[in-house]
Design a protein around this ligand. Structure first.
Ligand code: UDP
Length: 368
């Protein structure tokens, strides 16, 4: 055996494990079947703009330990995400806050806004929310549900809101203040030199082999190390023995535009069902319109994001944590617990809708 650890996947979970192990004097081999490191936070520079290839990633955390740890490898630019929803040409602030309520109902005080929401909640006869639709109406009322949530959510998840878990909508804050910040997190921002650089620094000291598929070369790679950290899809690891777990996949149509400012914001969500994409990302605004040297950029790069059902062979993005998939995952988890040599971690191996900071926290806590 030439390595202490084989790490399957060079995304955040794998990269943080590799860094910890290297620091502890262990020798790691990191393999990834993609052409690049950094998993879904991977970004590349196009016309001076850092383009988030797998969708917008805005780092946010309240976890002091995670923040201190990452700051050893990168500085963050203090960017705060404030999203806008375009519903049939009308622009609403997101997440839901007093600007949203004012635009929707003309109310100006928190008391008035809360009263409208309460009356809509009662009219819809919502008790303890049993699904995303009921949770949404209970939090923000039926007008906002109909215009800003229903269409977007059903496009994103390809299922009716009644069949989705309530927790998904609780990711978004609801505020009775005039505050557009998407996250309630103490620490936020984009790595100043990009996510790929961050991953590169975490992986420094490990041997990295790209375009190397662990599952296709399992026998040989298993011989390389005593212990394995596996961050790929858990169902694929077991040859889909119990069936496929469901994922949502996002696809992007990206174009370079010969103009400096297309939509005036990093993210604009299109919440009407009729618009085929979910959102448009204008990447330069994650870095205040500047390149890595601080120069203004004459062009802009925009991506329209389409959400589609995952098919075998596609890149999996979002785990679909409905009941059937959660039950299936538990069967795989039982099998995984019996694999003594292998630690399963990260979004795909734990089949979990993780934010980046949660992935880092779990990699820092993992008993390697
Ligand atoms: N959501 C919505 N309307 C929006 C934005 C989000 O209804 O304009 C809902 C949708 O169900 C989504 C959830 O809120 O799945 C969580 O959104 P978030 O921005 O956290 O999703 P992510 O950034 O992970 O894609």
């Amino acid at each position: 055996m030439s390595y202490d650890y084989l790490i399957v996947g060079a995304g955040l979970f794998g990269a943080v494990c590799a860094q910890r192990l290297t620091e502890a004097g262990k020798k790691c081999l990191v393999v990834d079947r993609r052409k690049h490191i950094a998993g879904n936070c991977y970004s590349e520079i196009v016309e001076g703009v850092e383009v988030h290839k797998y969708g917008p990633h805005v780092f946010h955390t309240n976890d002091e330990g995670v923040w201190q740890y990452l700051n050893r490898f990168t500085a963050f630019n203090n960017f705060r995400l404030g999203t806008i929803a375009n519903y049939k040409g009308e622009m609403y602030s997101l997440p839901f806050n007093m600007y949203t309520f004012n635009k929707m109902w003309g109310v100006t005080s928190p008391k008035e806004a809360a009263a409208v929401i309460e009356s809509q909640r009662q009219a819809a006869h919502i008790g303890e929310p049993r699904n995303l639709a009921e949770q949404a109406i209970s939090l923000v009322g039926s007008d906002i549900f109909e215009r800003l949530i229903k269409g977007y959510t059903e496009k994103q998840w390809g299922r009716p809101c009644e069949e989705l878990p309530a927790f998904i909508i609780r990711r978004l804050p609801v505020r009775f203040t005039y505050d557009n910040n998407y996250f309630n997190a103490r620490y936020q921002g984009i790595p100043v030199e990009g996510y790929t650089k961050l991953a590169e620094r975490l992986l420094a000291g490990s041997e990295v082999r790209l375009e190397t598929d662990y599952l296709q070369n399992r026998e040989e790679l298993n011989k390389a190390a005593e212990r394995i950290v596996y961050t790929g899809p858990i169902d694929e690891y077991f040859g889909y023995a119990y069936g496929h777990l469901g994922y949502r996949l996002v696809k992007f149509a990206t174009e370079i535009l010969d103009e400096p400012n297309f939509q005036g914001n990093a993210v604009v969500n299109y919440t009407a069902k009729e618009v085929p994409f979910t959102r448009i990302i204008e990447h330069k605004w994650f870095k205040f319109g500047l390149d890595n040297e601080g120069k203004e950029l004459p062009k802009t790069v925009v991506s329209r994001e389409y959400s589609v059902e995952w098919q075998p062979g596609d890149e999996p993005y979002y785990p679909v944590n409905d009941e059937a998939n959660s039950a299936l995952y538990r069967r795989y988890k039982e099998a995984a617990d019996k694999e003594e040599k292998v630690l399963f971690g990260g979004r795909l191996a734990e089949y979990k809708y993780y934010d980046m900071d949660q992935v880092v926290a779990s990699a820092l806590a993992a008993r390697l």
